[in-house]
Write a protein that binds this ligand. Structure first.
Ligand SMILES: Nc1nc2c(ncn2[C@@H]2O[C@H](COP(=O)(O)OP(=O)(O)OP(=O)(O)O)[C@@H](O)[C@H]2O)c(=O)[nH]1
Ligand SMILES: Nc1nc2c(ncn2[C@@H]2O[C@H](COP(=O)(O)OP(=O)(O)OP(=O)(O)O)[C@@H](O)[C@H]2O)c(=O)[nH]1
Ligand SMILES: [Mg+2]
Ligand SMILES: [Mg+2]
Lengths: 278, 306
C-alpha cells in the first residue's frame, strides 16, 4: 500500500544544498525537488529512506546513453572539431583523444588551428611529437580556417582515420570569434562534405552556471554533438551538465581526469551521479 | 543598476508599501535566488542573507522610504562592503628585487596575467620586471612566457629541463627544480638590475598534496613579497574550496579575477573574498596584455545581482 505523506522538509533542504553545491543550478534543483515531492505523493517513493535512491536513479537515467560514443564517419577521415572557452582544457583533451585513438590503431592527424595564442602551436606540436602523430600547422597569426582547410586535404591524401582540429579558446559572447569558429567548421566541407562529424565542446568542471550559456552559444554557432567535461579530478562536481542535457539535449561523452594523455574516460552516468553525492 | 526582473520582483513583494518581517523574508528569498544563480557559493549565500536580514529588520523603523528600494540598497551596500575596498597595492621590497608569485588552478590565466602585470609595472610603476618560467610541466609553457616577454620587451628567465646550475645536488625531481629555478631567477634579477621578479608557476589542484607542497617549497626558498591567487571569474560553487585551500596553505596576499570580459555573473568574487578575507586587486578583461584593470566592488556587485 502507498504512503501518501509529505517528504520531511529537512530531507528536502539537505538535498537542495547538495544539488546546488554541485552546480546543478536553482531552476533544475527546484524541478528535481518538485519531481521528488510528486513521486512521493503518487506513492512511487514509499519512504524517506528511498528518496535519495530515487533521485540518483532519476539523474542517472537523464544523463546516460552517450558515454564514449563518438560519431565516426562512414569512410575516413572522421573529423572532430574541438571548441570551448579560454583555458578549459581543449588542447590537453585533444592529446588524450589522440592517445585513445592511437591505442585503437587509428591513424591520427592533428590540426593546430589556434594560430593566435602565444605558443599554442608549440603546445600541440609537443603533444604530436610525444604521441608520434602527424600535425598540420600554419604560420603564427595565419587564418585558422585556412589551416583547417589544409588539414582536411592532408587527411584525405594521407589516408588518416581521424582528423582532430584544435581551436583557440574564445568567449562565447565575442561575436567575431564565434563567426570565426563557424568559418573553421564550414571550410572543411569542401573536401569532406560531412565534416565535422563530431563537434566537442570542452567544459571546465569548475565552471558554474555560465557553462549553460556556453553550451547554448557554441551550439547555436556550430552544432555541438558532445561535451568533454575536463578537470573532474578536482573537487568540482560538474552538475551544470544536468541542465545542459535537459534543456539542450547535449550529452557528455568523455571526462578529463588529469593532465596526462591517459587521463580520459568515457562518461559514465552511474559513476558521475555517485560522485555528485559523495 | 539592478536588472528589471529583480527590481520588479521586489516591487510586487513590497507593493503594500511597508517593510514587514514577512515581506523581508520573501524579499530575501529573491535575493538568495539571484545570488545562487550568480554562482555565489551556498554557504556564503546563507551567511550573507542572515546578515542582510539583520540590517533589514533593524531598518524596519525607517519611515517614508520605499521598502523594495530599501532592501535593494541594503543588499547592494553589503555586497560592496564585503568585496571592497579598492586595493591595488603591490608590496615593494626595498632591499632586493620585489618578488611576486602567481598561483592557481589549471587554466585560470596565470601566465597571461603575468604578462599583464609586467606591462602594468613597466608603464604605470616604472619598474624593471623579470619574468620567471617556473612551470616545468605544461608543454610549451616556457615558450609561452618567452613569447609574452618578447612582445613587451621584458626579459624572461628559464632553464631547460635537466639543466644544472651551480649549487644543485643533482636532484631532478620536478619538486626541487621549480623552487631552484625561481631562486636562480631572483639571483639573475639581482645580477642584471631587474627590480621586480614575477614567478609564473604551473597550474595545480588544491587537493594535490605533492604539488601544493611544491608551492610551499617555492615560497620557502624565494620569500615572495606578494602571492597572488589567479581565479577564473566563471568558477562556480567550487570557488570556496579551491580558494580556501590555496589561502590556507600559501597565505595569499591578493586575488586576480580573470576573464571578466565574458558574460558570467561572477559570484565567485564574493565567495572567494568571503572565504579568504583577501582583496581582489585586479581583474582580467581580455586576452591582450593591456587588459588588466583595477577591481571595483560596486561594478562587481551590480554584475552579480544581474
Ligand atoms: N587536473 C586537470 N587539468 C587539466 C585537465 N585538462 C586540462 N588540464 C590542464 O588545464 C590547463 C589548460 O589546458 P589547455 O589544454 O591548455 O586548455 P585550452 O582550452 O586548450 O586553453 P586555450 O587554448 O588557452 O584556450 C593545462 O594546465 C592542462 O594541463 C584535466 O582533466 N584535469
Ligand atoms: N578572454 C580572456 N581570456 C583570458 C584572460 N586571461 C587569460 N585568458 C586566456 O585564458 C587561457 C588560459 O590562460 P593561461 O595564461 O595560459 O592560463 P594559466 O593559468 O597560465 O594555465 P596553466 O599554466 O595551464 O595553469 C588563454 O587562452 C588566455 O589567453 C582574460 O582576462 N580574458
Ligand atoms: Mg589550447
Ligand atoms: Mg600557465
Amino acid at each position: 500500500k502507498t504512503f501518501r505523506g509529505k517528504i520531511d522538509e529537512e530531507v528536502i533542504g539537505s538535498l537542495e544544498e547538495i544539488l546546488l553545491a554541485a552546480d546543478i543550478g536553482v531552476a533544475t534543483t527546484d524541478a528535481l525537488l518538485e519531481g521528488l515531492k510528486a513521486a512521493y505523493r503518487k506513492g512511487e517513493i514509499q519512504s524517506q529512506a528511498q528518496v535519495l535512491d530515487y533521485l540518483k536513479a532519476h539523474l542517472k537515467e537523464k544523463l546516460g546513453g552517450a558515454g564514449g560514443k563518438l560519431n565516426m564517419a562512414e569512410k575516413p577521415p572522421t573529423v572532430i572539431l574541438v571548441c570551448g572557452v579560454n583555458g578549459c582544457g581543449k588542447t590537453t583533451s585533444i592529446a588524450k583523444l589522440t592517445y585513445y585513438f592511437a591505442q585503437q590503431g587509428k591513424k591520427v592527424l592533428l590540426c593546430a588551428s589556434d594560430t593566435f595564442r602565444a605558443a599554442a602551436v608549440d603546445q600541440l606540436n609537443t603533444w604530436a611529437d610525444r604521441l608520434g602523430v602527424a600535425i598540420t600547422r600554419g604560420q603564427q597569426g595565419a587564418d585558422p580556417a585556412s589551416v583547417a582547410h589544409d588539414a582536411h586535404e592532408k587527411a584525405l591524401k594521407g589516408g588518416f582515420d581521424v582528423l582532430i582540429v584544435d581551436t583557440a579558446g574564445r568567449l562565447h559572447n565575442d561575436k567575431n570569434l564565434m563567426r570565426e569558429l563557424e568559418k573553421i567548421a564550414r571550410v572543411g566541407k569542401k573536401h569532406v562534405p560531412d565534416s565535422p562529424h563530431e563537434v566537442l565542446l570542452v567544459l571546465d568542471a569548475t565552471t558554474g552556471q555560465n557553462a549553460i550559456r556556453q553550451a547554448e552559444a557554441f551550439t547555436e554557432a556550430i552544432q555541438v554533438t558532445g561535451i568533454v567535461l575536463a578537470k573532474l579530478d578536482g573537487t568540482a562536481k560538474g552538475g551544470m551538465i544536468v541542465p545542459i542535457r535537459e534543456e539542450l539535449g547535449i550529452p557528455v561523452k568523455f571526462v578529463g581526469l588529469g593532465e596526462r594523455p591517459t587521463d580520459l574516460a568515457p562518461f559514465d552516468a552511474d559513476t558521475f551521479v555517485e560522485g555528485m553525492f559523495s | 543598476s539592478l536588472s528589471d526582473s529583480f527590481q520588479g520582483a521586489f516591487d510586487r513583494l513590497f507593493s503594500g508599501g511597508k517593510l514587514t518581517a514577512q515581506n523581508i523574508d520573501e524579499g530575501l528569498r529573491e535575493v538568495r535566488k539571484a545570488l545562487l544563480e550568480a554562482d555565489v557559493s551556498v554557504s556564503v549565500v546563507k551567511e550573507f542573507i542572515a546578515n542582510v536580514k539583520e540590517s533589514a529588520v533593524g531598518q524596519l523603523q525607517v519611515e517614508g522610504v520605499d521598502p523594495s528600494q530599501q532592501i535593494v540598497k541594503i543588499v547592494s551596500d553589503e555586497l560592496v562592503r564585503l568585496m571592497g575596498p579598492i586595493d591595488t597595492r603591490i608590496k615593494i621590497n626595498n632591499e632586493r628585487p620585489t618578488v611576486i608569485m602567481m598561483v592557481g588552478l589549471q587554466g585560470s590565466g596565470k601566465t597571461t596575467t603575468t604578462g599583464k602585470l609586467a606591462k602594468y609595472l613597466v608603464e604605470k610603476k616604472k619598474k624593471k620586471p623579470l619574468l620567471v618560467a617556473a612551470d616545468l610541466q605544461r608543454p610549451a609553457a616556457i615558450e609561452q612566457l618567452h613569447v609574452l616577454g618578447e612582445s613587451l620587451g621584458v626579459p624572461v628567465y628559464s632553464e631547460q629541463p635537466g639543466e644544472k646550475k651551480k649549487g644543485l645536488t643533482g636532484l631532478f625531481s620536478r619538486q626541487t627544480r621549480a623552487a631552484e629555478v625561481c631562486r636562480n631567477g631572483i639571483k639573475h634579477a639581482e645580477n642584471s638590475g631587474r627590480n621586480v621578479v614575477i614567478l609564473d608557476t604551473a597550474g595545480r589542484l588544491h587537493i594535490d598534496d605533492e604539488l601544493m607542497k611544491e608551492l610551499e617549497d617555492v615560497k620557502k626558498l624565494t620569500k615572495p613579497d606578494n602571492i597572488f591567487l589567479v581565479c577564473d571569474a566563471m568558477t562556480g560553487q567550487d570557488a570556496v574550496h579551491s580558494a580556501k585551500q590555496f589561502n590556507d596553505r600559501m597565505a595569499i596576499d591578493g586575488v586576480i579575477l580573470t576573464k571578466l570580459d565574458g558574460d558570467t555573473r561572477g559570484g565567485a568574487a564574493l565567495s572567494i573574498k568571503a572565504v579568504t578575507g583577501k582583496t581582489i586587486k585586479f581583474i582580467g578583461t581580455g586576452e591582450k596584455l593591456d587588459r588588466l584593470e583595477e577591481f571595483h566592488p560596486e561594478r562587481m556587485a551590480s554584475r552579480i545581482l544581474g
